[in-house]
Design a protein around this ligand. Structure first.
Ligand code: ATP
Ligand code: ZN
Length: 293
């Protein structure tokens, strides 16, 4: 029977969430001692634990069928190695969010990317940065650094940097100012471009169906509330992404009903306030663990 391999980051920001996501899809692994290859127990999907930078190449080379990696790295490797192609993004995931931003020393006069024309820009994402700057009509001289990019301006090796930012704390600690966002990235599930053999494709479809269930469940909520009978339609319309609700009688109260519905889109406090304003009371919002449409 055929099996497919998924590469995830061995240790780093994406590791735990990548593994948890696959486990939520019902995958269980026999953890091997060397920790690089984990055998899938109930479902024929095995894990490879590697450095995140290696994942795009492994997919292109057919070492594994699937990989979870930041879009920043996938795009960089595709641009660097394959003219911007070579991988297919299957699903964006809800973690690993960050942005590739241009930053300059606090006292720099630059106000936008275009002010960096001709400047030296230090980055660990040379191909992606050059590509994104070119799209903006900026010609920069890329200084490639493997790490500690944020100290380059202080050392005089570059006038600006292009680096990953999530909170901005590292930039501030190094007296840098975020100038412009070049690229928004999240972790994503990728496969190599090209067709899989039928048996592997069938396995992939099963896995994707489970994954979609997990991803939809993550933002779906089960909502229960009490509503005036004549406000049921209005209240249903206020529930984001809800289909037909279930109505239940409230014992001893003919004016109000209990309404239950699954909301498939994110439910914000504003939605709850609007529901209350429309006459809803006793509003309960509960997480949905799994979902199979
Ligand atoms: P490895 O040893 O696997 O090469 P690494 O040090 O290159 O690890 P991490 O720092 O763990 O990688 O980051 C992995 C990914 O997490 C990044 O490529 C990016 O997609 C995402 N990420 C999210 N927020 C940030 C952030 N603030 N800084 C850097 N990466 C971030
Ligand atoms: Zn890395």
């Amino acid at each position: 029977m055929s099996r497919i391999r998924v590469a995830i980051q061995k240790s780093g920001r994406l590791s735990e969430k990548s593994l948890a996501l696959l486990q939520n899809c019902g995958l269980q692994f026999a953890r091997s001692k060397d920790k690089l290859f984990w055998y899938g127990q109930d479902f024929p999907v095995d894990l490879l634990l590697v450095r995140d930078d290696d994942i795009p190449r492994m997919l292109m080379d057919g070492v594994c069928e699937l990989g979870i990696v930041g879009e920043n790295i996938a795009r960089e490797v595709m641009l660097d190695r394959n003219g911007g192609t070579g991988l297919d993004l299957l699903r964006k995931l809800r973690f690993g969010g960050c942005r590739l931003s241009l930053a300059v020393p606090e006292d720099s006069t630059a106000q936008a990317a275009k002010d960096l024309d001709g400047a030296r820009i230090a980055t660990s994402y040379p191909a992606l940065t050059a590509h994104l700057l070119k799209e903006k009509g900026v010609t920069a001289r890329i200084v490639e650094l493997a790490g500690s990019v944020e100290i380059a301006p202080g050392l005089g090796t570059a006038e600006a940097i292009a680096d990953l930012v999530s909170t901005g704390t590292t930039l501030r600690a190094n007296h840098l100012r975020e100038l412009e966002v070049l690229f928004e990235s999240t972790a994503a599930l990728y496969c190599g471009a090209g067709e899989l053999p039928d048996d592997k494709q069938a396995l992939l479809s099963r896995l994707l169906m489970r994954l979609d269930g997990v991803l939809h469940a993550a933002e779906s909520k089960y909502v229960m509330l009490h509503a005036p009978r004549d406000a049921v339609q209005k209240i249903t319309e206020l529930l984001p992404g809800a289909e037909q609700p279930t109505l239940l009688t409230l014992e001893g109260n003919s004016e109000r009903v209990a309404l239950h519905a699954v909301c498939r889109e994110t439910l914000f406090w504003e939605h709850l306030e609007a529901l209350k304003a429309a006459g809803a009371s006793a509003i309960l919002v509960m997480p949905v663990e799994k979902m199979l449409a």
